[in-house]
Design a protein. Structure first.
Length: 318
């Protein structure tokens, strides 16, 4: 890492307590989109599933659905066969070592194969155990990641954190360290309930740790075609959130099932496609809240509408 950043590093968390709303897609494509603009970006995988990490692992990215079904089935445990088929990567240090104080954060930073983009991975579902270990310590539980990030604040322009769909000591650390929070949200009753619960948790964090949140909203995963009811709902949300502390962003991105499934299976970055989806993501990275820097803690909550379009991805793998 060379050169010092002229502006203060901005830390962005992506979180929603409802699963299946595009948190990881938001995290990785936001991180890549910012890096494509020449920004130094660190992506932190804060989810025990490690899905964001998988997008930058060579062995994982060699596999797609066609290759998987063509593989020979051999006489071994089915789960072992599937694990080998999917592939796995190895990292000597990861986010767990950082949170447990077992290494300096730079020891857990790895290149991704994409210019200006680096990652702190999450491996082997260790974060589940790390959460329990942090709970049993007498030391402060909430500020470990924030302290670790201080040493690299002049090395990066942005830190993007992909979070698990839960609130525990891991997400407490990521949120406390963040300047902004993005909440990806599909239109639906259960998704809206998840958003409300996430907001309540953020309010609790604000009250407990005296944080100030500035909230921005951007809708996610709108199906293709004319959807007047969906757009009416977006307009209603704009009416609800009109003050300076919370508003709806103009960027929206939709959804196409075939491309979303293909991207997920082969770990392909949608932001690199020649599509409206990619264009919307780049528009998203140009939103003023993502580029505006303040001295106090802002948490921008973005419910995004991503457009998954059917163009082959050509991202470079780690």
């Amino acid at each position: 890492m060379t050169g010092l950043r002229k502006n203060r590093m901005k830390v962005i968390s992506v979180i929603n307590q409802k699963g299946g709303v595009g948190k990881t897609q938001t995290s990785i494509n936001l991180a890549v989109g910012l890096s494509r603009k020449g920004k130094k970006v660190l992506l932190i995988d804060g989810d025990a599933q490690g899905n964001a990490t998988s997008y930058f692992m060579n062995e994982v990215n060699k596999v797609d659905l066609l290759k998987l079904v063509q593989m020979e089935v051999i006489n071994e445990d089915p789960l072992v066969w599937l694990e080998k088929a999917l592939g796995e990567g190895e990292y000597e240090k990861d986010i767990n070592d950082v949170l447990l104080g077992e290494c300096d954060i730079m020891e857990a930073v790895y290149v991704t194969g994409i210019d200006n983009l680096y990652i702190v991975p999450s491996t082997e579902t260790r974060l589940i155990n790390t959460d329990q270990l942090i709970k049993t310590t007498n030391k402060l539980q909430h500020n470990r990641l924030k302290k670790a990030l201080r040493s690299i604040r002049k090395n990066f322009d942005y830190v993007v954190i992909d979070n698990a769909p839960t609130v525990n000591t891991i997400t407490l650390n990521t949120l406390y360290a963040s300047d902004e929070v993005i909440i990806p949200l599909k239109i639906g009753r259960f998704e809206l309930a998840g958003f409300i619960q996430t907001m309540k948790e953020l309010e609790n964090l604000m009250n407990d740790f005296e944080c100030f949140y500035k909230i921005y909203v951007l809708f996610n995963m709108i199906p293709r075609g004319k959807r007047p009811l969906y757009h009416a709902f977006i307009e209603k949300m704009k009416q609800l959130f009109t003050n300076n502390d919370m508003k709806v962003l103009e960027t929206t991105i939709g959804y196409q099932e075939a491309v979303a499934s293909k991207s997920g299976m082969a770990c392909q970055l949608l932001v690199d496609t020649k599509s409206k989806f990619a264009a919307a993501f780049y528009q998203f990275t140009n939103e003023k809240p993502l580029n505006y820097r303040k001295n106090h803690k802002n948490i921008n909550i973005i419910m995004d509408c991503f457009y998954y379009n059917g163009v082959e991805n050509t991202h470079r793998n780690h």
